[in-house]
Design a protein. Structure first.
Length: 316
């Protein structure tokens, strides 16, 4: 199976959701259902910010930034919010979230609409190639059976597709504009902002890497935050693949590992593409994402706690 570069640019977003889409709901709901949890704190920030229905949810605060740390309680990154429990929705409100930015395509959103409190503003900044429908392609690939999957993903093709995808996003003018718009939303928001895609690992991971670069986070900590998605998504990814294997649609689940998880070389590919385009990642953020000196400073002033550990928007 030959896949064009443009298709590779979109087929690797929201992979888990596309896999789920080919299964009847009854086949996977028990395995993926979010347990009911209670609110432990009035204002859950830092390590306390958890969503039962979105396992890849986290506060980006607490890591090193320029002359300090990133404040907790102001920026959250998550996977899709379509499975949120009532308690999860209360957690968003208690965490001070006033805006949700959704990077998913219209197809992804239609298949899995977010469930957020009506009081929270939603902003749609889709990062995808409208000329190629990821759900249709990947659904056909799964339904095509083991031979088609081996041809498309075997022999390292899955990981190469991911590297190509990250480079595509970085170089795509529309994607650049969406990332830039998201950064400006964070800079100008009066409350906490949450952004997400479907799995919360690729588009969301790149967004976080760009934001942390602006804030002066060391590369090692940017990488660690990015790679944390593997542990957080492991259980849901396994449940999805187990269901596909049980139906006989997949015989080699290892083929899907590179597209369901993240690898350091994917983010490296994004940063390499940004550097090739503008000379450095910082220059790329300014030149391609349109983040001028004023917005750069606004983000740093808003999100960096100088000197000590931040207590976030509820105590800083």
């Amino acid at each position: 199976m030959t896949i064009s570069r443009a298709v590779r640019g979109t087929l690797l977003t929201g992979v888990t959701a596309a896999l789920i889409a080919v299964l009847p709901a009854a086949g996977i709901t028990p395995a993926l259902a979010a347990p009911n949890i209670s609110i432990l704190h009035q204002a859950p920030i830092g390590a306390d910010f958890k969503l039962a229905g979105a396992p890849n949810a986290r506060d980006i605060g607490g890591v090193t930034a320029q002359n300090g740390t990133i404040k907790s309680g102001l920026v959250y990154r998550t996977d899709a919010l379509n499975n949120l429990t009532d308690a999860d929705q209360q957690t968003l409100t208690a965490a001070g979230v006033t805006e949700v930015i959704d990077f998913r395509s219209p197809t992804e959103r239609a298949a899995s609409p977010d469930k957020v409190p009506a009081s929270i503003k939603t902003v749609q900044l889709p990062i995808y190639d409208p000329s190629n429908d990821f759900y249709v392609f990947f659904g056909k690939l799964v339904q095509g059976g083991p031979a088609a999957q081996q041809a498309a993903l075997g022999d390292g093709k899955g990981a190469q597709y991911m590297r190509d995808y990250y480079s595509w996003v970085v170089n795509d003018p529309t994607s650049q504009g969406q990332f830039g718009a998201a950064l400006k939303e964070i800079a100008n928001s009066s409350g906490a902002v949450l952004y997400h895609c479907t799995a919360g690992k690729d588009r969301t991971g790149m967004m976080t890497a760009f934001l942390m670069t602006i804030l002066g986070t060391p590369q090692s900590q940017i990488n660690a935050n990015y790679l944390a998605s593997n542990d957080r998504l492991a259980a849901s990814n396994k449940a999805t693949l187990d269901a596909l294997v049980a139906r006989g649609l997949v015989t080699d689940p290892s083929l899907f590992g590179p597209v369901l998880g993240v690898q350091q070389d994917y983010l490296d590919a994004a940063f390499a593409a940004a550097t090739a385009a503008s000379g450095s990642v910082s220059n790329y953020i300014t030149q391609k994402l349109g983040i001028d000196a004023g917005t750069y400073k606004a983000l740093q002033d808003k999100l960096i706690k100088t000197g000590g550990i931040s207590t976030g928007s509820f105590g800083s």
